[in-house]
Design a protein. Sequence first.
Length: 285
Amino acid sequence: MSIQSTIEAAVSTLPPSLARVAAVIRENPSIVIDMTINELANACSTSVASVVRFCRAIGFSGYAPLRMALATELGKEAAQFSPRGAFGSEISDEDSLPEAVSKLAALELLAIEETVAQLDFDVLEAAISDIDGADRILLYGIGASQFVAEDLAHKLLRVGRNAHVLTDPHEAIAATVLNAGPTVAVGFSHSGVTPETLRFLRTAGGNGAATIAVTSAKGSPLADAADHALFTEVRESTFRAGAMVSRIAQLSLVDCLFVGVAKRRFAETVDALQRTREATRALRD
């Protein structure tokens, strides 16, 4: 897991003084290379001790090891993505449209690569087994995560699986308490702390459903509430409120889940995809 992705995942769980350090570094990672620990503490309106605590919170013994490791990481990524220009720098209002798009593309490529590289395949296999064996698959997310849930539902429905996207928090809780045979509940939340999604997963688990979390935050309430937690590795852009990069990373995990389920019944899946394609062909003509 990269240092920058570790910082991104930790932001929502850090105390305020450490979160300020994380926010400054995530906006401009090279600031760690350019500044001393005292200068960084001043830039973050915090103390040197808080900067040290931040380093330890993300797995480093102090500022010097973080500085060296981040310099190495940024150097490698600059070489890898140099054709896309200024990797690691944020999208700014001075960027041309091609420059902004190149920076975003680099972040999205990295999100997919790092998410797949750190996948725990034992956890993925267990999640696939639960989905494959379920009579009913309940999917829930808020905001951009709902779109990801809808993508997985669409794929599963195309191959004959009983998948439901729940769009209302009351509807979601009601669905989890129904006795409708073996059920799996999948909750999507980039932060891992979305209250509605957490309540959905906990209620589903309490009523006997197998539970799966898709999140970027290890140790988050959502990850802890799930039987199986699948993690994305994400560095959002300046426009992180638009959930662009995080959505791409979640979609990569959705495709991993779908491919795993499809492979369990390969011939049946291929037949279902062909028949549904033929059935909808007339609608496209």
